[in-house]
Design a binder for this molecule. Structure first.
Ligand code: FAD
Length: 362
């Protein structure tokens, strides 16, 4: 175990691990402290990066900028581990309501959106039951991240490099005064970055930030007859092909402010009914999981230093889109930490101070 480091990162979800990757590229010195605690979000996520969102199909926030960065990030990791982590994929979208159908038609006529909307209506009737009222359309150029294998590889890699401690970070183990910052005898020369996902609520330095828990549950189901079906099927829920042959991810719901650390029979029933209602093929339930998304109230990530102690840094608020946001935010955080370049105001922690939120004294 090391006796001093420049940076200590708490949390090994996509936030903590992507920052670690950027720090490593700059040959910065760091250690990650992570325990896979119940509710961790990245591990259970579907891994979808969607260029458009919502019922009106508008572009995701800063999509093109995010895309340049997340492609670099995931491709660099593919090269590093000689393993596939990112795939381009299409989404078969069921347009349930007249509003959705109108929004779709309007967008697909817009030259900016055209590259993402297919004019062909997919014929998926051999696999799915589609009600006579619903239309299907195809959304192109989404990405699917293999989050489980990505996390496993990164964890293994950093453990072997002596830069990863599999343990819970307890705040009472932190020594923090004007002259010293250390954790369990490890001196932290520059800063601690807290990337704890929804558990920020228990962080004594940053629990005043407006991050709310957004719980989601998902199922893994085996569908042997969909062996060669490599699209996302999206209606009330999504069915997403996982890397493992024949296994699909089904989900997810959004329970705001729900922090019970368990799966529920109710949500399992809803998702099983969704599959039964839509799928023509037999399937088998393989697993039922939950995770809690760390959602900021203004739906933007949060990065930056505590106003009273610049050695304490937060990286949070990735909400429902962590897979595309994390590389983009990590790059700004790195440039700020290493090159003192400013953090854009729409990502920075100071936007909350400007709104009158006063952090308690620490
Ligand atoms: C069901 C579901 C589906 C989703 N689907 C998608 C999707 O398709 N696309 C997308 O972009 N996003 C999706 N998301 C959202 C995405 O998962 C999150 O935005 C992202 O994972 C948040 O990453 P994070 O690193 O901030 O938090 P987390 O992934 O939760 O990581 C935090 C880590 O810190 C650890 N930790 C916390 N406190 C401590 C401590 N004191 N000591 C040690 N370790 C600690 C936790 O155990 C965890 O490992 C989904 C989320 C859910 C729940």
């Amino acid at each position: 175990m090391k006796f001093s480091v420049d940076y200590l990162i708490v949390g090994g979800g996509i936030a903590g691990l992507s920052l670690a990757h950027y720090l490593e590229k700059e040959q910065e010195d760091f250690i990650i402290v992570n325990q896979n605690l119940p509710g961790a979000a990245t591990k259970v996520s579907a891994g979808i990066i969607n260029p458009v969102t919502g019922q009106r199909f508008v572009f995701s926030w800063k999509y093109e900028e995010l895309k340049s960065e997340f492609l670099l990030f995931y491709h660099a990791l593919e090269e590093k581990f000689n393993q596939k982590f990112i795939d381009e994929i299409q989404q078969i979208q069921v347009l349930e309501s007249a509003d959705e159908q109108n929004a779709w038609l309007a967008r697909s006529a817009d030259p900016l959106y055209k590259p993402y909307f297919s004019e062909d209506v997919a014929d998926v009737s051999s696999h799915f039951y589609l009600s006579h009222k619903s239309l299907t359309a195809v959304l192109k150029s989404l990405y699917l991240i293999r989050t489980d294998s990505l996390l496993t590889q990164l964890e293994r890699y950093f453990i072997q490099a002596g830069k990863y401690e599999c343990t819970a970070f307890d705040y009472s183990d932190l020594v923090r005064n004007k002259f010293q910052l250390s954790w369990k005898g490890i001196e932290i020369r520059k800063a601690i970055v807290f990337a704890e996902g929804f558990r920020i609520a228990s962080n004594p330095f940053f629990n005043w930030l407006p991050v709310v828990p957004l719980k989601g549950e998902c199922l893994h189901v085996e569908i042997p007859d969909l062996n060669h079906f490599h699209s996302i099927f999206k209606s009330d829920y999504a069915l997403v092909p996982l890397l493992e042959e024949n296994v699909f991810w089904c989900g997810s719901n959004f329970y705001l402010q729900e922090t019970e650390l368990n799966v529920t029979e109710n949500e399992k029933r809803n998702q099983l009914e969704f599959i039964q209602k839509n799928l023509r093929h037999p399937f088998q339930l393989k697993g039922h999981f939950f995770g809690i998304r760390p959602a900021s109230r203004d739906r933007r990530p949060i990065i930056g230093a505590h106003p009273s102690d610049p050695r304490l840094i937060v990286f949070n608020g990735l909400g429902t889109k962590g897979l595309s946001l994390a590389p983009y935010c990590s790059q700004f955080l790195l440039n700020w930490l290493v090159r003192e370049q400013p953090i854009p105001s729409d990502l920075g922690i100071h936007r909350f101070l400007a709104k009158g939120i006063i952090p308690p004294a620490i």
